[in-house]
Design a binder for this molecule. Structure first.
Ligand code: SF4
Length: 702
């Protein structure tokens, strides 16, 4: 048996530490790392069964050109040439990268540097756009920077935890276990705000099943209540917070308890109970996730939450903060190095002095000077033929983007499409001109940053299979072949890490919280041995903020009118995850144990709606929206609000002939963040009368 290796889980933003012990070729036993601050040895079902997912079934093992095996040199030369040709003929904005929160920070860094500093465009966006970009925009508006003002330790110190738009028990199970431990140890209260009654609501002190998209009304109502009950921290407000003109007048008018209850469609007594609990509990953490972010008003919803914490002084202290929990293992790492089209690097934006500073550091010949296309706009540009060369890394937008059918069709017409992935056949690689085999979990070597800014190492414990290569290596080889050999002369991830750390400290006047100066000269051995660490300390403990005026900003947010049901689409579709599956199941679908939890994609319907629609439990039903349709198995669920349905995001054309949730949501986005609204699409449901072959769940198995 080989030595145990300390690494990090491949899945969610909790970022649990794992001890992986290889037990044979492509065999590994996995346990939680007791020394990791995120999980203290605990693992959820997905992490526990990681060992079942490291086989080579379905893996891409060799570079392919036009579906035929090719050597690395030929494939990389072709990628470099076709990107160069597109740039020469159509300009740098005619090419794009679409990357992933599955990448290591080092991978992200190299891809970002190539696109923004050398190609000269900011057309690099990430699937994290679909996950937490509204939180980024909200943080920037409130704090003047994208900093998460909490850590997991705050859950242990809180007296009240409010979960907004998060099925934490399923989507961030170790965070949920930590909350339950706090409840057992110190009687911490738990409030869940979610249109659905999910497993997270079991045992909660209070559940508010609000009408979807009324979070702003609820939080403004809470702020009005705090203002009226003298819960506002006036000293803090005077010293450390600015408010736009008319802010308090806006809060005082139209946000009384009764109006709030009516807008949110929740009993006034329940709303009052929540307001009283919040007002009475200085140590309150509000965790929010996709129910808040994945909305066309996501950024306002984030700021409405932050407003309450700022105005009541529930920030910068133990057990008191708003806390965005991210979906992916390295969504935060991407934010740190500029994986979003709207940021530059090291959390900098495209202000001219930032562009100049990063350009100096990189000695960049072609610095991008403005933000690039965000995910939905990027694929719209693909659809309209404006993108001549596209490189998709470690993600499957033909399934995961809203209106995914249109994205899938558009990919067929990209003049040059590159897909680097661990899997040989994905919905997005069907039309790839070049497919490049990438390293997977257990082979990757680099760092990831979890939701509370803990940076951890992912370490390899298996050899790269076939001719697979790490993503950073693939990108730097293309950079070299495009003529920038010196700028991409990396031999190992530690080289990239040092450069990234140096950039965070370069001509940095000390104002930015992301400053990894002490890591900039780290040796290779120290990088190998690097223990998990959290950057940024406790943000705002000194009551100062990164805005020019040094103060946090309250943001005036207005509740948008709630649209009545449409005649043709009378239901509202909400989408999300299952407990034991991850994204498009390319990894979790390999585990028979994980697949037992939910063997089919279900459309969850309230019994009252089911009766009206003539549906029984176990029937098949077609869900239609203006974008597309797909068939699901019906599950009656009294936890659904009447008029609302829920479907899971995981099933793809390759895993099933039904259950394709990605085909259904509208490609509408939040105006500030560009994050799509996956949570409330007008839909209809119809019983399917015909024979049905059944759903497929495991790759290649019925
Ligand atoms: Fe992995 Fe997330 Fe589960 Fe932790 S909670 S084991 S990071 S999936």
């Amino acid at each position: 048996m080989q030595e145990a290796v300390r690494t990090t889980c491949a899945y969610c933003g909790v970022g649990c530490g794992i001890v992986a012990t290889p037990t044979g070729p492509r065999l590994v036993s996995v346990r939680g790392d007791e020394a990791h601050p995120a999980n203290g040895g605990r693992l959820c079902s997905k992490g526990t069964h990681l060992g079942e997912t490291v086989g080579l079934q379905g893996r891409l093992l060799h570079p392919m050109i036009g579906g035929k095996r090719a050597g690395w040199d030929k494939a990389l030369d072709l990628v470099a040439k076709r990107f160069r040709d597109a740039i020469d003929r159509h300009g740098p904005d005619s090419v794009a990268f679409y990357v992933s929160g599955q990448l290591m920070t080092e991978d992200y860094y190299v891809a970002n540097k190539l696109m923004k500093g050398f190609i000269g465009s900011a057309n690099i966006d990430t699937n994290s756009r679909l996950c937490m970009s509204s939180a980024v925009a909200g943080h920037n508006r409130a704090f003047g920077e994208d900093i998460v003002p909490a850590s997991y330790d705050d859950l242990d110190a809180a007296d009240l935890i409010v979960l907004v738009g998060s099925n934490t028990a399923w989507c961030h199970p170790i965070v949920y276990q930590r909350i339950q431990a706090a409840r057992a140890a110190r009687g911490t209260k738990l409030v869940v705000i979610d249109p659905r009654r999910t497993e997270t609501c079991e045992g909660a002190d209070l559940h508010l099943p609000i009408r979807p998209g009324t979070d702003v009304a609820l939080m403004n109502g809470l702020l009005a209540w705090c203002n009226a009950t003298w819960t506002i921290d006036r000293t803090f407000i005077e010293r450390s917070i600015t408010a736009p003109e008319g802010f308090w007048e806006h809060i005082r008018n139209g946000h009384d308890l009764w109006t709030t209850a009516q807008t949110c469609d929740v009993e006034p007594a329940l709303i009052k109970q929540f307001f009283e609990m919040f007002a009475a509990t200085p140590r309150t953490v509000t965790l929010f996730s996709q129910g808040v972010n994945q909305s066309i008003r996501g950024t306002d919803q984030v700021n409405a939450i932050i407003n309450v914490h700022l105005a009541t002084g529930r920030i910068g202290k133990p057990g008191a903060a708003p806390f965005s929990i991210t979906g992916q293992p390295n969504a935060m790492g991407g934010r740190e190095v500029g994986g979003l089209a709207s940021t530059l690097a090291a959390h900098m934006d495209f202000a001219p002095d930032n562009v100049a500073r990063v350009g100096r550091f990189w000695a960049a010949p072609n610095m991008a000077t403005k933000p690039g296309l965000k995910a939905v706009d990027l694929f719209r540009a693909v659809d309209e033929g404006r993108i001549k060369a596209l490189w998709i890394m470690a993600t499957n937008p033909a399934v995961s983007m809203p209106d995914a059918g249109r994205v899938r069709d558009a990919l067929a017409f990209v003049p040059f499409l590159v897909v680097s992935d661990i899997m040989a056949n994905t919905d997005s690689s069907t039309h790839a001109h070049v497919s490049l085999p990438a390293a997977g979990w257990g082979e990757k070597d680099g760092t990831v940053t979890n939701s509370d800014r803990t940076i951890s190492r992912q370490r390899p414990f298996m050899a790269l299979p076939g001719e697979a290569k790490p993503d950073w290596w693939i990108v730097k080889e293309v950079g070299r072949r495009m003529g920038w050999a010196n700028a991409f002369a990396y031999d190992r991830p530690a080289d990239i890490w040092r450069e990234h750390a140096r950039l965070t400290a370069y001509q940095n006047d000390g104002q930015r919280l992301l400053n990894l100066k002490d890591k900039a000269t780290i040796g290779n051995e120290a990088y190998e041995a690097m223990e998990p660490f959290r950057w940024g300390g406790r943000p705002f403990a000194d009551r100062s903020f990164a805005t020019p005026e040094g103060k946090a900003r309250l943001v005036l947010t207005r509740q948008m009118d709630v649209q009545p049901p449409l005649k043709d689409w009378p239901m509202t579709l909400n989408t999300g995850r299952y407990r034991d599956q991850w994204h498009t199941m390319s990894r979790t679908g390999l585990s028979p144990k994980l697949s037992r939890h939910r063997e089919e994609p279900l459309v969850e319907v309230h019994p009252q709606d089911a009766a009206a629609l003539g549906l029984a439990d176990g029937d098949l039903a077609r869900v239609d929206t203006a974008q597309g349709n797909s068939v699901f198995r019906v599950a009656l669920n009294e936890g659904q609000r009447v008029g609302e349905i829920f479907t899971p995001i995981h099933w793809t054309d390759r895993t099933s002939s039904g259950g394709r949730t990605g085909l259904l949501p509208r490609p509408l986005v939040d105006p500030h963040s560009g994050q799509p609204g996956f949570k409330s699409t007008p839909a209809s449901v119809t019983r399917v009368e015909t024979e049905w072959k059944g759903f497929l769940i495991l790759r290649g198995e019925t």
